[in-house]
Design a binder for this molecule. Structure first.
Ligand SMILES: Nc1ncnc2c1ncn2[C@@H]1O[C@H](COP(=O)(O)OP(=O)(O)OP(=O)(O)O)[C@@H](O)[C@H]1O
Length: 244
């Protein structure tokens, strides 16, 4: 269907049980992310941001509700099928870059493709890697090792690695957490550009300045959606508050 959301959460709740203690991390979350969206999820520590991203990325299972990716209901799928869905649709970017120091930038980006895209020829993989490295403006460093790059450049390689799989959505967790403000700004500018070119992004951040880059602001509080509005609407609301 043309307008099927990339991600659809319907009344999703998550309860952790450990040592006999139950923690309600998320309560009845309703959230749709459409192709081309750029969503920032923010809120205070412990409000459920990382839990929400883990559920979206199929890294953990929901306790109640319904979760669909590209219209596919993920409930009651076996682990292999979930892994396939995750590989097909999700690109992860974490605060730590998780690059392999012994491998070149090119090989770091190629490695997941070699495992996941077995139908691709060597040339096909090389084309994908070069395209992804160019998208994040780091192709000139393809032969370098990660430790020869700045933190911001390493994060750009990690973004390229996620992009090379041509995912339906990038799930981004505190992408600037390990970066100084100059490198942080550069990474945010890259995400901005990728979204302008059509990449769908859902980003968790506790930093309001970086959340402001996104076109849609979702705020969580105590495991619930407190606010879900476009950045444009939010700016108008602030202006109105200032006038009143
Ligand atoms: N594996 C777990 N077992 C038990 N409780 C957990 C687990 N993971 C998270 N929680 C609890 O779930 C709630 C939401 O945690 P979560 O990590 O999603 O919040 P967060 O908004 O990402 O926090 P932060 O900004 O500090 O990273 C918290 O009360 C947390 O203690």
């Amino acid at each position: 269907m043309a307008n099927t959301p990339v991600i659809e959460l319907i009344n999703v709740s998550k309860v952790y049980v450990s040592g006999g203690v139950e923690t309600q991390a998320l309560s009845e979350i309703n959230l749709n992310v459409h192709k081309g969206d750029y969503v920032a999820i923010s809120g205070p520590s412990g409000c459920g941001k990382s839990t929400l991203l883990s559920l979206m990325g199929l890294l953990d299972d929901i306790t109640e509700g319904c979760y669909k990716i590209e219209g596919v209901d993920t409930q009651s799928l076996d682990l292999d099928t979930l892994a396939e869905l995750r590989n097909l649709h999700i690109g992860f970017i974490f605060q730590s870059f998780n690059l392999i120091d012994e491998l070149s930038v090119f090989d770091n980006v190629a490695l997941p493709l070699i495992y996941r895209e077995q139908s691709l020829s060597q040339q096909g993989i090389a084309d994908r890697v070069h395209k992804a490295l160019s998208q994040v403006e780091i192709a000139h460093r393809a032969d370098h090792k990660p430790n020869q790059l700045s933190g911001g450049q390493q994060q750009r390689v990690a973004i390229a690695r996620a992009l090379a799989g041509e995912p339906s959505i990038l799930l981004v967790d505190e992408p600037t957490g390990n970066l100084d403000s100059k490198n942080g700004d550069a990474v945010m500018a890259i995400l901005d550009k990728l979204n302008e070119q059509g990449t769908t992004i859902c980003m968790v951040t506790h930093d309001p300045r970086y959340a402001g880059y996104a076109k849609r602001q979702v705020k969580l509080l105590d495991g619930e959606v407190l606010q879900d509005q476009s950045a444009e609407q939010q700016a108008k609301d602030y202006q109105t508050e200032e006038v009143l």
